[in-house]
Design a protein. Structure first.
Length: 103
């Protein structure tokens, strides 16, 4: 997409004010962990909307990277709801067990 818009990484870096190494990292990681500020700066220079940077354009799979922990709107049995609550308690207890003494 960068080349299609008439840029290379160096010229995009100069035009956007985003470091060359940051842009290389963003490309190599398909924007994983990229700051929204840098993404927006680059999109502005390329004349595209951030929304256009979807999975298809980035070569990603449609597999989710994160799964939400909420369960609103789903039909759960009472037993399943109890399992969810138990699992949430378990995760919270792990968090408490890993805190350092200063916390």
């Amino acid at each position: 997409m960068i080349e299609e818009k008439g840029f290379n990484v160096m010229s995009l870096s100069k035009a956007s004010g985003v470091a060359y190494t940051t842009i290389r990292s963003m490309i190599e990681r398909n924007l994983t962990n990229a700051s929204i500020d840098n993404v927006l700066k680059i999109c502005a220079v390329l004349g595209i909307k951030a929304e256009s940077l979807n999975e298809e354009n980035l070569g990603e799979t449609s597999e989710p990277k994160t799964i939400a922990a909420h369960h609103d709107g789903d039909k759960w049995t009472p037993e399943e709801l109890q399992e969810i609550e138990d699992f949430k308690k378990f995760i919270k207890s792990k968090r408490q067990n890993t805190k350092s003494p200063q916390e």
